[in-house]
Design a protein around this ligand. Structure first.
Ligand SMILES: NC(=O)c1ccc[n+]([C@@H]2O[C@H](COP(=O)([O-])OP(=O)(O)OC[C@H]3O[C@@H](n4cnc5c(N)ncnc54)[C@H](OP(=O)(O)O)[C@@H]3O)[C@@H](O)[C@H]2O)c1
Length: 248
C-alpha cells in the first residue's frame, strides 16, 4: 500500500514536470497524424509518462486505475483532453489502448478485460522481472514476451512498445518533442503482427516525441525484451536499426 502511494506520487510529480517541460509543444501531431482516443491502463510511472506526452500532443487520453478517483489531480492538471476511468471505461473510450501494469497482473487482468480488448489495437509496455513477476517471468523466459502477452490477450492487435527503456529516460529524451535532442530523436523499438496496429503504434511513438523502429512480428519482441542485447539503448533510429540488424 505504502509503495503504491510512493509510486503514484512519483508519477504525478513526473507528469507535473512533463506538463511544464512540453507545454511549449503546439497542440498538433508532430507528424501530422490525426488525433485519436487512447485508453491507458495503469497510470503509474510508464503509463503516466507516455500518456502525458500523448495528451500534450493533442490526443484524448483516459487514464485508468482500479481507483480512478486517485487520478483526479493528475487529469485536472493535464486539462480537458485527460480523463480518469476504470480499465473497462478506458477500453471503451480508446481507439487504441496502452497497457502499463506489472506483468504479474496480466492473468487476472486478462480475465477482467481480455474479452473487451478483442479486436482492439493494444500497445503493450509490460516487462517481466524475476523478483516482481515470479511465475510469469518463467513463462516469458520459456515462451517469449510477445507470445506470452498474446496468450493473455488473444484477440487484441498487440504491439510491443515503450518497454525498452526507463520512464525517466522517456521523459528526458522526449523534451520539446525530441527535436532538441542532440543527434536526432531517440528510437523506440516496436514489434507486432497486425499491420494496421503497427501503423497506429508508429504514429503514437512519433507523437510522444520519438522515432519508431519496427523490429518485426510480435515474436521478434524478444530482441528488445528486458535482459536482451536490444534493451536499454538511447539511440537514434539508424543507430538502433544497425544495432538490431533491422533493414529500413
Ligand atoms: N517503470 C519503467 O520505467 C518501465 C519502463 C518500461 C516498461 N515498464 C513496464 O511497465 C509496467 C508498469 O510499470 P510501472 O513502473 O509504470 O509500474 P507502476 O508505476 O507500479 O504502475 C503500474 C500501475 O498498474 C496498476 N496496477 C498495479 N497492479 C495492478 C493489477 N494487479 N491489476 C491492474 N492494474 C494494476 C496500478 O494502478 P492502480 O493501482 O491505480 O490500479 C499502477 O498505477 C510494468 O510491466 C513494467 O515492467 C516499466
Amino acid at each position: 500500500m505504502r509503495s503504491d502511494r510512493v509510486t503514484r506520487r512519483a508519477a504525478l510529480a513526473l507528469a507535473a514536470g512533463l506538463s511544464l517541460a512540453v507545454s511549449a509543444i503546439p497542440v498538433q501531431a508532430q507528424d501530422g497524424a490525426k488525433k485519436i482516443r487512447i485508453g491507458v491502463i495503469g497510470a503509474g510511472n510508464i503509463g503516466g509518462t507516455i500518456g502525458t506526452l500523448w495528451v500534450k500532443d493533442g490526443h484524448e487520453v483516459m487514464f485508468a486505475s482500479r481507483h480512478p478517483e486517485t487520478l483526479a489531480s493528475m487529469v485536472s492538471e493535464l486539462g480537458p483532453k485527460a480523463k480518469a476511468g476504470t480499465p473497462e471505461e478506458a477500453i471503451k473510450f480508446g481507439d487504441a489502448v496502452f497497457i502499463a501494469v506489472p506483468y504479474k497482473a496480466y492473468p487476472d487482468l486478462a480475465k477482467e478485460i481480455g474479452p473487451a480488448l478483442s479486436g482492439k489495437i493494444v500497445l503493450d509496455a509490460g516487462n517481466a522481472t524475476q523478483r516482481r513477476d515470479g511465475a510469469l517471468y518463467d513463462e516469458v523466459q520459456a515462451n517469449g514476451i510477445g507470445t506470452t502477452s498474446a496468450k493473455y490477450f488473444p484477440g487484441a492487435k498487440l504491439v510491443r512498445a515503450f518497454n525498452a527503456a526507463n520512464y525517466k529516460v522517456f521523459a528526458k529524451e522526449s523534451a520539446d518533442g525530441g527535436k532538441a535532442r542532440a543527434g536526432g530523436r531517440m528510437a523506440i523499438p516496436i514489434a507486432g503482427d497486425d499491420p494496421e496496429a503497427l501503423k497506429v503504434a508508429e504514429g503514437l511513438v512519433r507523437d510522444a516525441g520519438f522515432d519508431p523502429v519496427v523490429v518485426g512480428p510480435l515474436k521478434e519482441a524478444d530482441r528488445f525484451a528486458m535482459g536482451s542485447p536490444g534493451f536499454g539503448h538511447e539511440l537514434t533510429a539508424p543507430e538502433l536499426r544497425e544495432k538490431l540488424g533491422v533493414a529500413k
